[in-house]
Design a protein around this ligand. Structure first.
Ligand SMILES: Nc1ncnc2c1ncn2[C@@H]1O[C@H](COP(=O)(O)OP(=O)(O)OP(=O)(O)O)[C@@H](O)[C@H]1O
Ligand SMILES: [Mg+2]
Length: 274
């Protein structure tokens, strides 16, 4: 309990700009205090203290901003504008085939959003066949997002907190029948409870690829929008077309990201800091 109280005090100090770690210059106006139970729920999540260098090796670069995070920050702002304009909250990230960069983008987007201090973001591992968020974050606990979705484990015992406004729920094992779970009533209830307790402004779901199983399609009716990630020189146009059509039959296509581009024109390589 004491731990939670001290975490709340720390989180409040950070939010109101009175913590030792708060930047001295350019300090924003104090944020409104959160209602106590909400603050307690967030403070009770165990903190994640990632090793920035190790994350960078896995291309997770959006924790502290700066030049490396520019392209993901631009994506964040576009995503936020679309989510706000349409009153969307739940966003899935998928791709036609595996290895296009979904998890890398989902994590970077979540960290980039976490730098918007007034926003709360929840990132959930929903690739239950080949989960990777725990590995990317070097979380060794045997977390199971599948059990949370089944209603057999609490989100609070499964998620970690980065700063006071990003919760990440990972999955350590491999689930045998994700598609059934991902369209079950229990799963829908579990997501509703997470929203009710943590009141995220944005909920991001890291999905499996669409062309290898029906998991993603089974889940899409539960989200407001989907980002489709294509890999340059690998993903075929007809795969993008067919996946876009399938997504559009269930929910909104927010857009397609062309990832892993090796050749960029000078208009994209512009170095603002030079
Ligand atoms: N923009 C990029 N440029 C180069 N490599 C990248 C880029 N984005 C991701 N990668 C690399 O591609 C590999 C696959 O990335 P990631 O795990 O994010 O893809 P995924 O779509 O989630 O894969 P899976 O379908 O297996 O879940 C990783 O080694 C990652 O570091
Ligand atoms: Mg992945």
């Amino acid at each position: 309990m004491e731990k939670i109280q001290s975490a709340i005090a720390k989180a409040r100090a950070t939010r109101t700009g009175t913590a030792d770690t708060a930047p001295a210059a350019g300090r924003a106006a104090p944020l409104p205090e959160l209602p106590q139970p909400l603050e307690e729920a967030w403070a009770a999540l165990p903190p994640l203290t990632p090793d920035l260098r190790r994350l960078e090796k896995n291309r997770i670069v959006a924790l502290s901003g700066g030049q490396d995070a520019i392209s993901i920050d631009m994506l964040r702002t576009k995503v936020l504008q679309m989510m706000r304009a349409n009153n969307w909250k739940r966003l899935a990230i998928t791709s036609p085939s595996s290895g296009c960069g979904k998890s890398t983008i989902a994590l970077n987007l979540a960290f980039s959003l976490s730098r918007q201090r007034e926003l709360r973001t929840v990132l959930c591992e929903l690739d239950l066949r080949r989960p990777s968020l725990a590995r990317l974050l070097e979380i060794t606990e045997q977390h199971s997002m599948a059990r949370v979705l089944e209603g057999n484990a609490s989100f609070a015992d499964n998620a970690v907190r980065y700063n006071d406004n990003l919760a990440i729920s990972t999955n350590a094992g491999v689930h045998r029948n994700p598609a059934e779970l991902l369209q079950s009533a229990a799963m829908s209830r579990a997501l509703g409870q997470i929203e009710e307790t943590y009141k995220p402004d944005v909920m991001i779901f890291d999905m499996p690829p669409m062309l290898v199983s029906d998991d993603a399609m089974a889940f899409f009716p539960n989200v407001d929008a989907v980002i489709l990630v294509a890999a340059a020189e690998t993903t075929k146009i007809k795969e993008v077309d067919s996946c876009e059509r399938d997504i559009a039959s269930q929910t909104n296509v927010m857009g397609v990201i062309l990832n892993k581009c090796r050749y960029m024109g000078p208009e994209y390589g512009y170095n603002y800091y030079e």
